[in-house]
Design a protein around this ligand. Structure first.
Ligand code: FES
Ligand code: MG
Length: 581
């Protein structure tokens, strides 16, 4: 279901690249000589849209490694549709190797992409994404540039088996890690597990952040239908890439831009999908960041409201049982959206050039064992909840589909870790006065504090409790957690401790109350005592006195504002215009 631009549409479009390539002066000649240096004849490129292919493949990041081949298929599509493909590389955000977290560099990639699009003769762009932060970073940059754009993902890695069990990325690692820490898994088995766990290229095959964000990109309308879920090694991925390449040329001729696709209505659809898949908590931060770039209003309250009104349908790890290839076989995002159809805005334009309605009219199939029907949802509502209270006046997030129901209403004494290192040093100390009632508190782990808001929030269960058979306790922090993690974990406490949030004032033994039903997170200490502690508090010293981490700490916004940089947020509609270099 793709359409070509009419001649009338084509005649209306002034290609941005022609400013470079059509000049009669020496600059025009120099520009054309770049294309000729690629071995191209003038006939190959004259008068055609230039399609940038923003590639994030790297050997530092095996999640995105397959994009090298994907780019070739995109180029084939661009050329077939009468465009000129020019591939360029960007920083590669690999969650597995980057310290403290690829999140520190999400805004850097967004800026790099925006500025590459600004400075170079590019008419439209194909965004090749993969690991977690790549997808939001590209959508942020593309939103600010607002040139015709389409996203293609690397696809998820296949599931290998270990001891007769399919391994879910991240999720199974955390399970086996706890068993290994308990001495229940031998050293030999641990090594065998490692061999099987590293089972090839592609993104995590669970509903971690990478899968959540690619699914949401498709739900927003920025990827072709039923392409977000295709596994990395499936030949259909290359076909999807070719089709996306072709579409990118038509997007330019139709002058269809991200701001026309990522509207408030499209974000509302994305929120529905997000809640129905039990997506990663990180998507809260990312969706707000993307929306803000276009001045689309989107707040934490929207997330809570949609969570309350959207059934959970997808049976995927870590909330459920299956893996991403199963979701793909079950019909993928269109089949899921078809089930939510009456809750969606069907008149949203997508990169197909059509309304969402037309995509959903063509859904052929849905496997109800993976994507439940609306009549029999996995849960009637509430995949995540947004909490407020004196501990989180500007909000905190919990994924309820991976939390323990009996802990969702809980009051217990705090055990405070001042830093991540402090937590690692003491968590398994036999003298740590921890019980199943304790609330573990990690602070100074936020956007400013580290800096970079790493995935440290899923504090391991102390060995002492694991030995007693305790599987979960309440953990709270100003940090994030991997979308593949699980447990009763409250995240993104805002404002964070390092800028003076109340979290900074919690002391060991203070009572903390979590009440998910009533959406509250409270520190049960008198205001007088808190005032006294506040007067004694001094902010922690900033670690970085120079470079990008300093820029980040000085300009990053809090999670309720998407952790974007303050200077990247448009201040008025006038800022939505993409000025030439
Ligand atoms: Fe890259 Fe999960 S670590 S997608
Ligand atoms: Mg992840």
């Amino acid at each position: 279901m793709e359409t070509s631009a009419s001649n009338e549409q084509r005649n209306k479009v002034n290609l941005r690249s022609q400013e470079w390539f059509e000049g009669r002066d020496e600059l025009g000649l120099q520009s054309r000589s770049v294309l000729r240096s690629l071995g191209w004849t003038r006939e190959f490129f004259t008068g055609k849209p230039v399609i940038g292919i923003a590639n994030s493949w790297s050997e530092l990041n095996t999640c995105n490694l397959g994009l090298k081949a994907v780019a070739e298929a995109v180029k084939r599509g661009v050329i077939a549709a009468g465009g000129v493909p020019l591939e360029f590389n960007t920083i590669s955000l690999g969650e597995e190797l980057m310290k403290p977290s690829a999140m520190l560099y999400r805004n850097l990639l967004a800026m790099e992409l925006e500025e590459t699009l600004r400075a170079y003769p590019i008419d439209g762009v194909v965004l090749l994404t993969g690991c977690d932060k790549t997808t939001p970073a590209q959508l942020m940059g593309a939103a600010s540039a607002n040139l015709p754009a389409i996203q293609v993902c690397a696809g998820t890695r296949s599931a290998s088996r270990w001891k007769g069990h399919e391994l879910g990325s991240g999720t199974d690692l955390w399970h086996y890690l706890d068993a290994y820490r308990m001495g229940e898994v031998s050293e030999q088995d641990w090594q065998a597990f490692e061999k099987n766990y590293s089972c090839g290229i592609g993104t995590c095959n669970t509903m971690g952040t990478a899968s959540t964000m690619t699914v949401l990109s498709e739900a927003l309308g920025m990827m072709l239908p039923h392409t977000a879920t295709i596994p990395a090694m499936d030949a259909r991925r290359l076909a999807a890439a070719e089709a996306s390449g072709r579409r990118s040329v038509e997007l330019v001729w139709q002058d269809l831009r991200p701001s026309q696709i990522m509207t408030r209505a499209a974000f509302e659809n994305a929120l529905r999908v997000y809640m129905s898949i039990g997506g990663s908590t990180n998507a809260v931060i990312h969706l707000i960041a993307i929306a803000q770039r276009l001045r689309v209003p989107l707040t934490l309250d929207d997330f809570d409201a949609y969570a309350r009104r959207t059934p959970m349908l997808l049976n995927l790890q870590p909330s459920g049982k299956f893996l991403m290839p199963d979701f793909d076989e079950a019909g993928g995002v269109p089949a899921l959206m078809q089930e939510l159809r009456d809750l969606l805005n069907l008149e949203c334009l997508t990169v197909t050039g059509h309304f969402l309605q037309e995509t959903l009219d063509e859904v052929p199939y849905r496997d109800s064992s993976v994507i439940s029907s609306r009549d029999h949802p996995l849960a009637p509502s509430g995949a995540i909840a947004i909490l407020h209270g004196n501990l989180a006046p500007r909000g905190a997030v919990i994924r309820t589909t991976t939390a323990s129901t009996q802990l969702e209403t809980h009051r217990g004494p705090a055990i405070v870790f001042d830093t991540y290192q402090d937590m690692l040093t003491r968590i398994d100390d036999p003298n740590l006065p921890v019980t199943a009632e304790s609330v573990l508190v990690l602070r100074n782990a936020g956007a400013v504090g580290v800096p970079g808001l790493p995935e440290w929030g899923s504090i391991p269960i102390p060995k002492k409790l694991l030995r007693q058979g305790v599987q979960d306790i309440v953990r709270i922090s100003d940090s994030r957690m991997s979308g593949t993690s699980y447990g009763t974990v409250v995240l993104h406490i805002t404002p964070e401790a390092a800028i003076g949030g109340l979290l900074a004032l919690v002391q060991n033994g203070d009572l903390i109350e979590l009440d998910v039903e009533n959406r509250t997170l409270s520190l049960l200490v008198s205001p007088e005592e808190l005032d006294r502690r506040q007067r004694d508090w001094t902010p922690p010293q900033r670690i970085h006195s120079r470079g990008y981490p300093r820029l980040y700490a000085e300009h990053v916004l809090q999670p309720d504002e998407g952790c974007d940089f303050d200077f990247l947020i448009p201040q008025s509609d006038a800022d939505l215009t993409f000025h030439p270099p």
